[in-house]
Ligand binder design. Structure first.
Ligand code: DC
Length: 211
């Protein structure tokens, strides 16, 4: 069974995808991390993330880079959003994601285009979202917890910029896939959001809920 979890940054989709993977006993791929690795590698190479050829060269990043803690930073998220607009970069990362999705037994993938491009045949497609203000507050909290204080206004502006770029790009823009259920986590706590996601997957795949 393939489960596709798409949504904007800081919507809770990563937490939900990991919880779904644990609940259904499936492997999980955070596809945003691949784009983050390309953006980060492009920076290491001194490349311009807005240049398609320089961004494409960075798709050759070593696998060990995926363990780099800096991939999770806001700055790398911005670079990832910029390299991800290039069709050649998306194409270069396609096979890796597709192979993960189609492995025997199934998988959970989270990203922006899983239900629309990578695995449109997924048994369950969720679109996880939350208001921009809630997402900015969550991101601020995460950063404070990890000892990287930031300004709410800066985070909000950055999220708006990234949302605009991710939804307006011509290639595989962030969009609700046909057949996807939308899960708005704005007013939900972590456990409530996870429980709602499990219910939705059961509903979409026709499985009876766990006792
Ligand atoms: O989910 P994230 O914040 O780690 O993703 C970082 C950027 O990568 C995001 O702004 C857009 C891009 N991305 C994408 O274009 N397609 C995906 N499947 C995953 C991420």
């Amino acid at each position: 069974m393939i489960i596709a979890v798409d949504g904007p940054t800081a919507s809770g989709k990563g937490t939900i995808a990991r919880a779904l993977a644990a609940h259904f006993g499936l492997p999980h791929l955070d596809t945003g991390l691949l784009y983050r690795a390309v953006g980060y590698q492009c920076g290491l190479d001194g490349g311009n993330p807005d240049d398609p050829a320089e961004a494409l060269a960075a798709t050759d990043f070593p696998d060990a880079l995926l363990a780099e803690p800096d991939l999770r930073s806001e700055a790398t998220g911005g670079l990832a959003s910029r390299v991800s607009v290039h069709p050649s970069v998306r194409q270069a990362l396609y096979e890796r994601q597709r192979a993960f999705a189609t492995q025997p037994g199934g998988a959970v993938l989270d990203g922006r285009d899983i239900g629309t491009v990578i695995a449109p045949e997924a048994a369950a497609k969720l679109f996880v979202t939350a208001s921009t203000e809630v997402r900015a507050r969550r991101r601020l909290h995460e950063m404070e917890e990890s000892g990287r204080p930031a300004r709410y206004e800066d985070i909000l502006a950055d999220l708006r910029r990234r949302d605009a770029r991710d939804t307006s790009r011509s290639e595989a823009p962030l969009a609700v896939a046909p057949g996807a259920l939308v899960l708005d986590t704005s007013d939900l706590g972590r456990e409530e959001a996870i429980a709602a996601a499990i219910r939705m997957v059961n509903e979409l795949t026709g499985q009876s809920p766990c006792p």
